[in-house]
Design a binder for this molecule. Structure first.
Ligand code: APR
Length: 270
């Protein structure tokens, strides 16, 4: 694929791009869903049913961000972003912050971000670094409320029961206990679909990196891009579910294959 023919690039990334940083993928043997059914932690219904469990699941993932670093694939994509003179959009399904920590700017998180919070009381979104979950231990009893009456399991409590009220308080409207992870759960609409669709229709090259192609609408981007005339490239450890829709396929670790591809593209820039 000669870079002279390419001006507009859309790159879709998935969990595989962060795997070599030590972030577990979703559907691999050490997958994140292991031990949890998707419906128990990644749906709005799960959050209503057991907010403590959902908070704990995402708090653990948010805390993990402090222990991982961007890898060679993130850095190569950031280099491409900095050097590519044409249009470029990196659409990530990942909720980690490794693309931006590597320096990527033309980036969009279609499934939300671990470092963002959403207040269900006032509808504001804002940065969030610490835990959102209730305190680990049931605090002093509050009149009319107890761990059991709140629905929390033994040894747990909701944040609204905390005596200090320091966690899960919206910085905008100050409501306590209504802040949720700003993550797009199953059954919810991914972010910025209009912008993504527009970029896909204009793309000369669509590249899918480290995604199994199991989750729509992202899994359908390759077909939209193809239909609108883009060449398509897959970089993954193994063929994805949509591998037949790609004109070119590079199978291997993202930390090796992505820098190789970026170097080739940038070195051959017209
Ligand atoms: N390099 C390249 N690819 C890799 C690597 C690696 N080092 N390690 C794993 N992979 C590949 C796997 O072979 C798999 O095809 O990355 C893919 C990861 O697939 P999933 O775990 O299904 O992750 P993803 O496609 O991002 O999931 C999509 O599903 O659950 C939802 O919202 C969640 O955004 C997520 C969406």
């Amino acid at each position: 694929m000669a870079s002279a023919d390419v001006r507009n690039i859309v790159i879709l990334t998935g969990a595989g791009v962060s795997a070599e940083s030590g972030v577990a993928t979703f559907r691999g043997p050490d997958g994140l869903w292991e031990g949890h059914r998707v419906e128990d932690v990644a749906t709005p219904e799960a959050f209503v049913r057991d907010p403590a469990l959902v908070h704990q699941f995402y708090d653990a993932r948010r805390a993990r961000l402090g222990e991982v670093e961007p890898n060679a694939a993130h850095r190569a994509l950031a280099r491409l972003d900095a050097e590519w003179p044409g249009e470029l959009l990196i659409v990530t399904q990942n909720v980690d912050d490794l693309h931006e920590r590597a320096g990527a700017k033309r980036l969009l998180h279609m499934h939300g971000e671990l470092t963002s919070a959403w207040c269900l009381a006032c509808d504001e979104r804002f940065p969030w670094r610490g835990p959102m979950a209730p305190s680990a231990v049931c605090p002093e009893p509050v009149e009319g409320l107890s761990c059991s009456s709140s629905g929390a399991r033994e040894g747990q409590s909701f944040d609204k029961l905390r005596t200090d009220g320091s966690v899960n308080r919206c910085p905008s409207c100050e409501t306590v206990g209504m802040v949720r992870p700003d993550i797009v759960w199953f059954g919810e609409m991914p972010y910025e679909m209009e912008r993504i669709d527009e970029a896909l229709t204009k793309a000369d090259l669509f590249v899918s990196i480290g995604t199994s192609g199991a989750v729509y609408p992202a899994a359908g981007f390759v077909q939209t891009a193809r239909y609108c005339g883009a060449r398509t490239l897959e970089i993954n450890l193994e063929p994805s579910q949509g591998s037949i829709f790609f004109d070119e396929r590079h199978y291997g670790p993202a930390g090796v294959e992505v820098p190789k591809w970026v170097t080739e593209l940038v070195d051959n820039m017209a």
